[in-house]
Design a protein around this ligand. Structure first.
Ligand code: AMP
Ligand code: GLY
Length: 421
């Protein structure tokens, strides 16, 4: 099969790395890709949100399967556009991608499917939202969410009720563009967060290992949120993985099929786990980033036929993929200043100094005019180690992280530590 991966982050490099190992993969392309995908196939100078250009590129390169990484092209209907042109694509239709692109749609599906989640209300005017907040007690702080896609920034967890009112003003004033035209206000939950990803083909689901990502920039979860600073597998606090997929993904997949928007693709549930009790905070309609970088190295067997079967809506092959039951730790190396302003174009050293058993997934990297691999984004690389135990995987990951340097590089030092202390 000739495969085109849409996107250019660490998730897409990890997908390219895994799919390139398939005996069925004849050629691999990425649009736009990064310096990591360039080593595995051909990068195409096509933006991941340019639906027409992706369809044209897929046609011209005789692509057999397009694998869509990010959420925005899914929400914009890329899979529908490819399907109309007879090109097979892994990922949900625009209608099914609403499980991520509308918080309220996701809540309605969970409500109908009996999936545990935070209760909430939908507001279409600022006035109604303010009125709702006034009814809440002073200690009864809610969570506010722009209904639509807001590049991971549309969720406000206020420290004071005044901040909640201010968030309502901002959202209805257009702080998140059209994503904030409708606002969901929901109950605040506490606990530890974990990510549960499954490949879905209609009502058939194939669970992947559970994982846990670190969103804050600094150790001990201090500082602002980022796109992800590290991941570990498995999160010991979640409990029985089978019951997570049976209680969440299976009923959601069945509910979506029943209401006429069958889900095909990757269904990611963001979980809040409190003393064994589990609630869903959000769904994503795509592979998690950076979870994918830690999860794919744990999968044995061939992922390509599984993605192709999902794209066709067929029963997912069970024999080609198995979980190794080992631990995985992924540490992100980011540009100094990230998630605020940062400088790019810094030469990256030590990429060849890592152990053979360690995988380095590129995110914000590029090849400069002198052929050097340089930084081109905030999150630059993810260094991933797999081992029999979390302690071992963590040790190997950090040992190798230290061998890669660039001017003003930064990483967290406490990834996976909470499971070990
Ligand atoms: P989401 O994009 O919905 O996952 O929200 C982003 C982050 O906001 C989550 O990872 C949580 O840390 C936090 N969050 C979202 N919903 C809630 C909630 N109902 N209660 C507490 N924290 C939440
Ligand atoms: N790691 C969170 C996400 O992929 O949205």
């Amino acid at each position: 099969m000739r495969v085109l991966i849409v996107g250019g982050g660490g998730r897409e490099h990890a997908l390219a790395w895994k799919l390139a190992q398939s005996p069925q993969c004849e050629a691999l392309f990425a649009a736009p890709g990064n310096a990591g995908t360039a080593e595995l196939g051909e990068n195409l100078a096509v933006h991941d949100s340019d639906t027409d250009a992706i369809c044209t590129a897929a046609f011209e390169r005789r692509i057999d399967l397009v694998v869509v990484g990010p959420e925005a092209p899914l929400a914009a209907g890329l899979v529908d556009a490819l399907t109309e042109r007879g090109i097979l694509a892994f990922g949900p239709s625009k209608a099914a991608a609403q499980i991520e692109s509308s918080k309220w749609f996701a809540k309605s599906v969970m409500q109908s499917a009996g999936v545990p989640h935070a209760g909430g209300e939908l507001f279409e005017t600022a006035q109604a939202a303010h009125k709702w907040l006034e009814i809440l007690g002073p200690d009864d702080l809610p969570v506010l969410k722009a209904d639509g896609l807001a590049a991971g920034k549309g969720v406000i967890v206020p420290d004071h009720i005044d901040d909640a009112h201010a968030a309502v003003v901002d959202m209805f004033a257009g702080a998140f563009g059209s994503a904030g035209e409708r606002v969901v206000i929901e109950d605040r939950l506490s606990g530890m967060e974990a990510s549960a990803m499954a490949i879905v083909s209609g009502t058939d689901i194939l669970p992947l290992p559970l994982s846990c990502d670190y969103k804050r920039i600094m150790d001990n979860d201090q500082g602002p949120n980022t796109g992800g600073m590290g991941v570990y597998v498995p999160p010991g606090f979640v409990g029985d993985a089978d019951s997570v997929f049976g209680d969440v993904h299976q009923p959601v997949a069945e509910q979506m099929a029943a209401q006429g928007c069958e889900f095909r693709g990757l269904l990611y549930a963001g979980l809040m786990v409190d003393d064994g009790a589990l609630n869903v905070l959000e769904f994503n309609a795509r592979f998690g980033d950076p979870e994918t970088q830690a999860v794919l190295p744990l999968l044995d067997g061939d992922l390509l036929p599984v993605l192709a079967a999902s794209a066709r809506g067929e029963t997912l092959p069970r024999d080609v993929i198995s979980h190794s039951g080992r631990a995985s730790v992924s540490v992100a190396i980011v540009s100094g200043g990230y998630p605020g302003p940062y400088v790019t174009g810094k030469a990256i050293h030590g990429l060849n100094a890592v152990d053979d058993t360690v995988d380095v997934f590129h995110a914000g990297t590029a090849i400069d005019d002198d052929g050097r691999t340089v930084t081109s984004g905030g999150r630059v690389l993810a260094v991933n180690a797999v081992a029999d135990t979390l302690t071992e995987a963590r040790g190997i990951a950090y040992d190798n992280v230290q061998r890669i340097t660039f001017d003003e590089s930064f990483y967290r030092t406490d990834i996976a530590l909470r499971e070990l202390s």
